[in-house]
Design a binder for this molecule. Structure first.
Ligand SMILES: *[C@@H]1O[C@H](CO)[C@@H](O)[C@H](O)[C@H]1NC(C)=O
Ligand SMILES: *[C@@H]1O[C@H](CO)[C@@H](O)[C@H](O)[C@H]1NC(C)=O
Length: 476
């Protein structure tokens, strides 16, 4: 015991003038999910209780409450905290201030944030990290709160106002070059890498250049081309860039890293509304592949944030379709994503513990877009989304198998492929068939042990509107 006690004493002595934090006190890992409060207008405490119970049952520890500038959002936040406390299951909440929506040009704008943090700092359901009140953001890299610089704004109007039991562990998702993190030594305890959820560098131009150099193309992809595209999917290059930026910061306090994982991205608003119409590539099993890579990198990742629980507008929800959609019904209704929620506990356990749980039930997950990537929609004034060319017309499948199996995927009555898989998780795919559907069977020893043939899905070669969202089905 003595050398250990001495070492702790020595570290404290060396660290000397620590403000209010020390090195991370545990290696415990957390998984949280981004919850858009702006989509919860009709929510009651019961609706929050249902989300919390469902998230908790799938291994999620907390919701990041994305709060924007709508005045009723503070009431929904209050209900969420009430529901979390009532749940009594240890589920936590924290603010993720949406700085693309909240004003941040004057000191009083920071005082709202300070007021919000203070209001819940001592709440039993407040998520804490290193015993500090955990706070995150979406963006905020331009906020000066009336001061001379972004650093001064956040430092003097936010961080310095939160002391004692209100002191924060601040992990914003400032969209800045990680090489500049050192400028934020006093502001950022760590960083949330929002865009790490998608291979955002895989634009159509980049795909075309890299594929053509390898003698292939998006329209006629060969195996080498597949490997090029897959190398972008779920890549940890951006995590490592962030980790380098964090390790260059002053190490007198802990520097946490929060990575993102996301299943999809498609948003389709015309110039008359939000004016955003693009995809980020999510083919090649982005969600499970990114999870697998994060499990491999788990020694360096403290928290994973699932992006998102309920962002319908950008099609990356894994929770049920409920609340109030941000005018996204055209691409969301009928496109349930809870299969991705259902497969999450396997990866969450892998991330938290370092070993994947045993698979005790044979399961099939299938997903696909509802029309060919190059289809022309007959009545869509908005046009196809930027980067749609990178998509491939494939049925994506994940099977979880208790033992070696024969798996058959079908995209029409005359179009099937078979795969021999070992026990464990297998990522499979086959071409979609225009006019066809999707189904899958796991067989072992001549018996079907799981099968899935969802209704409500057709791969429609003649769509009226563009929809690059995913239809996700799974065996219950
Ligand atoms: C929380 O922030 C909102 C603005 O987003 C503000 O209206 C409200 O007064 C704040 N609450 C407190 C307790 O400061
Ligand atoms: C898969 O199918 C082949 C051919 O029918 C059969 O020989 C083999 O035993 C099957 N494998 C399993 C795990 O059922």
């Amino acid at each position: 015991m003595l050398p250990c006690t001495f070492l702790v004493f020595a570290l404290f002595t060396l660290a000397g003038a620590l403000p209010h934090s020390t090195k991370r006190q545990s290696n415990q890992k957390y998984v949280v999910a981004h919850h858009i409060v702006g989509n919860t207008y009709p929510y009651t405490v019961t609706d929050w209780a249902n989300d919390i119970s469902m998230a908790s049952a799938h291994g999620i520890d907390a919701f990041a409450l994305n709060v924007g500038n709508l005045d009723w959002e503070v009431d929904r936040v209050a209900d969420a905290y009430t529901a979390a406390e009532n749940a009594g299951n240890g589920f936590k909440l924290f603010f993720s201030f949406d700085m693309s929506s909240l004003p941040c040009t004057a000191p009083e704008h920071a005082s709202y944030l300070v007021g919000n943090v203070t209001q819940y700092a001592a709440h039993p359901s407040q998520f804490k990290y290193d015993n500090l009140v955990f706070v995150s953001t979406f963006a905020g890299e331009s906020c000066q709160f009336g001061q001379g610089s972004v650093v001064e704004g956040w430092q003097t109007q936010f961080i310095d106002k939160l002391t004692g039991t209100n002191a924060v562990y601040f992990m914003p998702s400032f969209m800045i070059d990680p090489a500049t993190f050192t400028t934020y030594n006093g502001v950022m305890n760590g960083a949330f890498n929002w865009n790490s959820g998608w291979p955002i560098s895989l634009t159509t131009d980049v795909a075309n250049q890299q594929l053509s150099a390898a003698g292939t193309s998006l329209d006629n992809l060969n195996a080498a081309g597949e490997d090029i595209l897959k190398s972008f999917i779920g890549s940890t290059d951006t995590d490592n860039t962030y980790l380098n930026g964090l390790s260059a910061m002053s190490q007198s306090t802990s520097r946490g890293y929060m990575a993102a994982v996301s299943p999809w991205f498609f948003t389709h608003y015309g110039p008359d509304t939000y004016n955003k119409n693009w995809i980020y590539p999510a083919d090649w099993h982005l969600y499970p592949r990114r999870w697998q890579n994060l499990v491999s990198l788990r020694d360096k990742v403290d928290i994973v944030e699932i992006v998102t629980w309920n962002d319908y507008g950008e099609s990356h929800y894994i929770g049920p379709i409920e609340g109030a959609q941000p005018n996204s019904q055209a691409w969301v209704d009928g496109f349930d994503h809870q299969g991705w929620l259902d497969m999450s506990p396997y990866f969450i356990t892998g991330f938290k513990t370092g070993s994947y749980p045993a698979i005790t039930q044979d399961k099939i997950y299938l997903w696909a877009r509802p029309h060919p990537r190059t289809a022309t929609a007959s009545a869509d004034p908005v046009g196809p989304p930027t980067s749609y060319q990178v998509d491939q017309d494939q049925l994506w499948a994940v099977v979880m198998t208790t033992a070696a199996s024969n798996v058959t995927l079908s995209t029409s009555s005359s179009n099937s492929q078979s795969f021999n898989v070992g026990a464990g998780v297998s990522l499979l795919n086959m071409p979609l068939t225009p006019g066809g559907s999707m189904s899958g069977v796991i067989a072992r020893g001549g018996q079907n042990v799981a099968s899935l043939s969802p209704s409500g899905y057709t791969f429609d070669p003649n769509p009226t509107v563009y929809n690059y969202n995913a239809f996700v089905a799974y065996t219950p």
